[in-house]
Design a binder for this molecule. Structure first.
Ligand SMILES: Cc1cc2nc3c(=O)[nH]c(=O)nc-3n(C[C@H](O)[C@H](O)[C@H](O)COP(=O)(O)O)c2cc1C
Length: 155
């Protein structure tokens, strides 16, 4: 089975770290959203979409890519890193992205979120929040999540 992970990670590469940890477990190609070619999407059986949360949404580049995806019944999973965890903004960002994929016929099999270092705007004054996140435990949880995906796919 071919797995592809597409990420957008423009602040501190927080999401890229999660993407790479999941990629190891899933034996997946891990690509930045602007590197992906239509052929790679077509050939993948499972695609993970990951982004930092920026103003309550996934990165605009990833959103645009999702809007141009082929109409197909492919399986997908979502993940994100954010300054705040499990708040209405994270939920909103995931739901917004899920709606786009579902409209194109895709099936979302699971989702993952963890905290990421954030020193955007006024947070810079206090040196940022979630220092050193994602940390080793976050990466371990991302790997566990990826293992659970492996199981789900085989069911
Ligand atoms: C421009 C900007 C907007 C952000 N907006 C939000 C937000 O709405 N909610 C949130 O929880 N975190 C927000 N954050 C924090 C990021 O989601 C967090 O730092 C994330 O880990 C960044 O991921 P990255 O390093 O992969 O880009 C924002 C960060 C930036 C730079």
């Amino acid at each position: 089975m071919k797995t592809l992970i597409i990420y957008a990670s423009v602040h501190h590469q927080n999401t890229e770290k999660i993407a790479r940890a999941m990629g190891l477990v899933l034996n997946a190609s891990v690509l930045n959203f602007f590197q992906v070619k239509p052929k790679e999407i077509k050939e993948a059986d499972l695609i993970g979409f990951g982004s930092g949360v920026y103003f309550g949404k996934f990165h605009q580049g990833l959103i645009k890519l999702a809007q141009s995806l082929p109409l197909t019944k492919k399986k997908a999973f979502l993940f994100s890193t954010s300054g705040m965890k499990k708040n209405f903004i994270v939920n909103y960002s995931h739901n917004h992205f899920k709606k786009i994929l579902k409209a194109r016929g895709w099936e979302i099999i699971d989702e993952f979120n963890c905290l990421g270092f954030d020193n955007f705007g006024l947070l810079r004054i206090i040196g940022g929040i979630n220092k050193n996140r994602p940390h080793q435990q976050d990466l371990a949880q991302a790997k566990d999540f990826a293992r659970s995906l492996n199981k789900k796919i085989k069911e």
